[in-house]
Design a protein around this ligand. Structure first.
Ligand code: HEC
Ligand code: HEC
Length: 343
């Protein structure tokens, strides 16, 4: 007997199989086959359960406080959330992020939602873990701008209630307010920031979760070859690839001085213009796009990807369908993504 889920899909497939005559999307999508194809390359995500272990729960709570704490920065104005804003799906809307004393970062601030799924952190993968990323941010000249970890921790120690909060989260440590524990607590918080979307309902078997246009976009995304790099649970975040497989990227994005990407990190010519493939969850809300924020419009970014990565010229209609599908990857801002005590 056919599992119930498939008979449900067959009905949806009939609905989606209608040809949308007279619309821009004269596209017939077999939703059942699409689900099989999608499940072969993507995995669904789910909101993680709240930690049962009291120490782990204390780390998540502390990490949340620290993420929204600006007193730790050199000018007192910059918290992690300064560049990873709740109303911008944890990105900042700028081409390049601005840190302490108005200093510009060399690259665009990605969303940190679902960053826990990434195999490495940062565009060039120069951070191995969320812990390392958070710890090193303290010293970044264009992020927190502290001269050393002791200075940064000194500022936290001046805030009276951090003593007990760190002690609760790190009960075995003699001197719990440390840069290492700052990283551990913030990473514990970031691991809670998983944002399931309509696409996950689709992957779970609800073919009606996606509109006909979103289904057409998903079909196009797979058939064009986008999923060759943007795959897995994050639709990316799991490999390094050259930006410009077929064509130099700067000719398409129009930037004057191209970022050499991972080659500057590894000093290896084979890594010239190689970047981490970014995850595409929430991408509709996190423009401007690419490592340098050089492209404002998502449809334009999609067309550039087609040309630079696959040698494919996507029509306006195809790009619009892919953009509709990418919109279905927008999840809810997690309830704890705000400063403690904020409404
Ligand atoms: C001044 C702005 C700014 C501040 C403050 C800031 N970030 Fe970021 N964040 C960025 C930029 C820019 C990048 C990309 C850096 C790169 O790839 O070279 C980034 C990247 C990241 C990433 C990697 C995401 C990915 O997909 O690769 C994580 C995780 C992250 N930040 C978390 C944090 C945390 C935690 C803090 C606080 C400890 C923080 N950020 C503070 C701007 C900022
Ligand atoms: C060969 C691997 C590869 C293929 C195929 C590929 N991409 Fe990408 N994609 C990347 C890399 C690498 C980047 C990061 C580029 C950079 O450095 O800014 C990226 C970036 C993006 C971005 C910008 C994300 C952001 O947060 O700024 C979007 C959107 C995107 N890709 C969509 C697509 C679409 C749609 C397709 C198919 C038409 C596609 N990609 C095909 C590797 C690939």
């Amino acid at each position: 007997m056919r599992p119930a889920i498939f008979s449900h899909l067959l009905i949806a497939a009939e609905v989606a199989g209608v040809v949308f005559a007279g619309t821009a999307f004269a596209e017939t999508v077999d939703a059942k086959k699409l689900l099989v194809d999608a499940r072969a390359v993507f995995q669904p995500i789910a909101t993680p359960p709240a930690p049962k272990d009291p120490v782990q729960a204390a780390r998540v709570d502390l990490g949340q406080r620290l993420f929204f704490e600006s007193r730790v920065s050199a000018d007192g104005n910059v918290s992690c959330s300064h560049c990873h804003l709740p109303d911008r799906q944890a990105s900042d809307g700028l081409p390049k992020a601005i840190g302490v004393f108005g200093k510009e970062n060399p690259r665009n601030a990605p969303s940190i939602f679902n960053a826990a799924l990434n195999f490495k952190q940062h565009w060039r993968g120069d951070r191995d873990s969320l812990e390392e990323q958070a710890e090193k941010s303290l010293l970044g000249p264009a992020s927190f701008g502290n001269p050393d970890h002791a200075t940064a921790m000194g500022k936290l120690k001046e805030v009276p209630d951090y003593g007990p909060a760190f002690a609760k989260a790190f009960p075995d440590d003699k001197d719990p307010i440390s840069a290492k524990n700052w990283g551990v607590a913030i990473a514990a918080f970031e691991r809670t920031l998983i944002t399931p979307s309509k696409f996950d309902a689709f992957l779970a078997g609800d073919a009606a979760a996606l509109s006909p246009q979103e289904l057409a976009g998903l079909r196009k995304f797979i058939d064009t070859g986008c999923a060759g790099c943007h795959n897995g649970a994050g639709l990316g975040g799991n490999s390094f690839q050259k930006f410009g497989v077929v064509e130099d990227y700067w000719k398409e994005t129009g930037v004057g001085t191209p970022d050499k990407g991972r080659a500057d990190v590894t000093k290896n010519d084979a890594d010239l213009y190689v970047f981490k493939v970014p995850g595409l969850r929430n991408v509709a809300k996190t423009g401007p796009y690419f490592h340098d924020g050089s492209v404002e419009d998502l449809a334009k970014a999609v067309k550039i990807m087609g040309r630079t990565q696959l040698g494919a010229s996507l029509s306006d209609q195809d790009a619009a369908a892919i953009v509709a599908f990418l919109g279905a990857l927008t999840g809810k801002v997690p309830a704890n993504y705000k400063g403690p005590g904020e409404p």
